[in-house]
Design a protein around this ligand. Structure first.
Ligand SMILES: O=C(O)c1ccc[n+]([C@@H]2O[C@H](COP(=O)([O-])O)[C@@H](O)[C@H]2O)c1
Ligand SMILES: Cc1cc2nc[nH]c2cc1C
Length: 346
């Protein structure tokens, strides 16, 4: 994975300052548009533009099965992953509705279902047929990790070919909150009990069992979890590794990203652990209802745009935040200045 060593550009300070100067002249008390101002400044600096815009959004949903599902850690059966992929293709899922609403390009990628489904409209870029059960062995081999991260890179390449201005990666994988929880606990060196939550809807007793599965897996693999890539290989999922690859490559290619919920934010944490420069290119859409999400956002020192108790995944929260960042751009670009509107400032 030589491409991982490619430098990630920083955002442009001059454009940031220019955008800040313009915000100061717009017809509003300074700072009164709150976080919408900062979003516009960041986008101006990333796009090196005085008129930032995110008119063309790209959504790639990565789907994969998880070996750890056999430990009864999800409220839903594993087959739902494949069934939801069919739903994505048939345009019936929440992410399809939201993508249509913002006129985003949408694709779904089978990055590792147990059984490949013969369904027109699925991009097949598989790293394997489901990960191994990480409570017993490494979730994936080094080769599979590379394939999964390359699937994310390939999705970003497709987005760039279509001139997308914002990349959104969604995920679908029954039991992937168990994987994301283990990843975050390993990356942040915390205990499973601090971060394990209900996922798709476990009872308290089931969450306790899930916590034990995560904690014992962390202890089992402790001696090999010495780098972010090893942690991803041992505890990750193919769709999570694809998100990590997508975030890193998008940043290398100067394509801003909107990060979705708990699983996607853990993928962002993994990407930041691999290359901290990636953080400049990431916007965080929302804080999900999943227990560990706020903790991971805090660890990343980022503030999400929305806090709606969503916990769906699929990229849904990220798309829900798109109208707000589009508004942030329009306000920045179209508001009159005090001089234009002839408004007294002192
Ligand atoms: O994005 C989130 O914050 C989120 C929180 C809980 C669950 N999910 C979704 O639910 C699935 C994983 O839940 P589970 O309980 O099977 O681990 C997976 O397909 C995720 O997209 C997503
Ligand atoms: C129905 C269903 C839809 C989902 N979308 C993302 N994760 C999901 C999990 C379930 C169970």
């Amino acid at each position: 994975m030589n491409w991982l060593a490619t430098a990630i550009p920083s955002s442009d300070r001059d454009y940031y300052q220019k955008a800040r100067d313009r915000q100061a002249q717009l017809t509003k008390p300074p700072g009164s548009l709150g976080m919408l101002e900062e979003i516009a400044l960041r986008l101006a600096a990333l796009q090196r533009s005085e008129t930032p815009s995110v008119d063309h959004v790209w959504v790639s949903v990565f789907a994969a099965d998880h070996g750890v599902a056999e430990e009864s850690v999800s409220a839903f059966p594993q087959v739902v992953t494949t069934e939801m992929v069919r739903n994505f293709v048939n345009q019936g899922a929440a992410i399809n509705v939201l993508s249509r609403y913002v006129r985003a390009d949408f694709e779904v990628i089978d990055v590792g279902l147990i059984e490949a489904i013969d369904c027109q409209g699925v991009v097949v870029d598989r790293a394997g047929n489901g990960t191994a059960n990480f409570s017993e062995q490494a979730a994936m081999t080094c080769e599979q990790l590379e394939k999964a991260m390359n699937a994310g890179k390939a999705a970003v390449t497709r987005a760039l070919h279509q001139d997308a201005r914002l990349f959104i990666g969604g995920e679908m994988g029954i039991a992937n909150t168990t994987s994301a929880t283990a990843l975050a606990a390993a990356l942040l060196a915390i205990d499973a009990v601090e971060i394990t939550g209900a996922g798709t809807g476990l009872t308290e007793a089931q969450v306790e069992h899930k916590t034990e599965v995560v904690q014992s897996s962390l202890e089992k693999h402790q001696s090999v979890l010495e780098s972010p890539l090893k942690i991803l290989q041992y505890l990750g999922g193919f769709e999570i590794a694809a998100l990590v690859g997508a975030y890193l490559y998008a940043a290398q290619q100067r394509l801003p990203v909107m990060v979705d919920g708990f699983i996607a934010t853990v993928a962002a944490l993994s990407a930041v652990s691999i290359n901290p420069q990636v953080k400049d290119w990431l916007f965080f859409a929302h804080c999900s209802h999943e227990k560990g999400h706020r903790l991971v956002l805090r660890a990343l020192e980022v503030r999400p745009i929305l806090d709606l108790d969503m916990r769906l995944g699929e990229g849904s929260g990220a798309v829900a935040a798109v109208p707000l960042i589009q508004m942030a751009c329009r306000l920045h670009n179209e508001m009159a200045t005090f001089a234009q509107a002839r408004i007294t400032t002192e």
